[in-house]
Ligand binder design. Structure first.
Ligand code: 13P
Ligand code: SF4
Length: 370
């Protein structure tokens, strides 16, 4: 949290196109025109969780791995307008050249899970964990974290992963040492390690809010995997009870979830995978197939609209909305385009060279594995 908000303070631009100036409809018209006039100078990347009016302006959509890969390939774009959250824009900045600028249309678009681990806490945990065991610990971070944590991982011989390559990266990590420290998402870590054959008893949770993470040296010595306590509150909205409800109500409905969901939910579901995995499963489904989807509501609603021949509903009766992804609005996108047109780009995401050095090492490690 601290790292993100320090960044915000230093560039405290907030969108300023007032409601009076343009209606929502006019914003969309203006946006189409300015995007056309700026042409290939600006490439818009959109994560699957973005709202429809933003996705409509995206040149490329994808999950976090796909968007990171695409960003690295956009050699001709002067500007990359990242419609997603802060850690995704930071990643894109590190994978693009010095001359290219990555823009986050609303600087408040963070990720609450990424905020659950900061560099000071990780350094403290690392000291305690490495002093508690003589076995080699390999750090693996989910891409949902600040560049400072990516840098930590690069400095300590580990790798980054996303939800779509976590199995490959964790398998690699286990070949590099005896134990893993996985952060910040305990659920992705637990679900993936279990799938790879590691029993639950071999995993412990390090909670930075407790003294020594709440773990004794004996527990650390016995464990194969140390999971950071973090989680995604959006995906914790899906529960075992929802699984039971659908199984009783409609046993033929396929339950498909994101691996940020808790262990019981992933175990009870038929399929689990990244946002693009979910999109592709639905795309390939035969007409009449029924799905209950355990992921962010903007994506679920869009899939339901785009594939009317498939019966799609949310796994939860409540709206599981990622409010930070939702902060990116067409109005702020227009403001960012106008700033580029004026030659005074705002909300430029820039990771310092010192942090970038090792963070890039960890990102390259991930791209080499996946
Ligand atoms: P994906 O990599 O599956 O798109 O996930 C990103 C994310 O933040 C999910 O909550
Ligand atoms: Fe972060 Fe969860 Fe939002 Fe994904 S859905 S960006 S993990 S808060």
């Amino acid at each position: 949290m601290i790292e993100i908000y320090e960044d915000l303070k230093s560039k405290d631009h907030l969108p300023n196109i007032s409601e009076k100036e343009l209606s929502d409809e006019q914003v969309l018209v203006e946006l189409a025109a300015i995007k056309k006039s700026l042409g290939s100078r600006v490439v818009v990347l959109g994560h699957h969780y973005q709202q429809d009016d933003v996705i409509a302006f995206a040149d490329i959509t994808g999950d976090s791995l796909e968007l990171a890969r695409k960003a690295a390939q956009l050699k001709d774009a002067e500007y990359i307008m990242f419609c997603g959250v802060h850690f995704m824009a930071e990643t894109a900045d590190m994978l693009t050249t010095k001359d290219q600028k990555v823009i986050l249309p609303d600087m408040r678009a963070g990720c609450s899970m990424a905020d659950m681990a900061n560099r000071r806490e990780i350094d403290l945990a690392w000291k305690y964990l490495t002093e508690s065991t003589s076995e080699k610990i390999v750090p693996i971070t989910y891409i949902n974290c600040t560049a400072a944590l990516k840098s930590f991982v690069g400095e300590n011989g580990g790798s980054i992963c996303t939800s779509s390559n976590a199995e490959k990266v964790i398998t690699w990590g286990l070949s590099q040492g005896e134990k893993l420290l996985f952060f910040p998402d305990q659920h992705l870590g637990r679900n993936t390690c279990f799938k790879l054959g590691i029993p639950l008893e071999d995993m412990v949770v390090y909670d930075p809010r407790q003294r020594f993470g709440g773990l004794t040296p004996e527990q650390i010595q016995k464990a194969k995997v140390i999971l950071w306590y973090g989680f995604c509150s959006v995906h914790q909205g899906f529960t075992k009870e929802h699984i039971t409800m659908w199984r009783n109500k409609e046993p033929d409905r396929i339950l498909i979830v994101h691996p940020e969901c808790s262990f019981d939910v992933v175990q009870g579901a038929d399929l689990a995978g990244s946002t693009s995995f979910i999109v592709n499963q639905i795309k390939a489904a035969a007409p009449g197939t029924k799905f209950a989807v355990g992921t962010e509501i903007n994506l679920v609603n869009r899939l339901a609209r785009e594939y009317p021949q498939v019966d799609i509903t949310s796994l939860s009766p409540y709206q599981c909305l990622c409010t930070t992804m939702y902060r990116i609005r067409p109005r702020w996108l227009l403001e960012s385009f106008r700033a580029i047109e004026r030659g005074e780009p705002v909300n430029v995401i820039s990771v310092d060279d010192e942090t970038k050095k090792y963070a890039l090492k960890a990102l390259d490690q991930m791209l080499a594995i996946s």
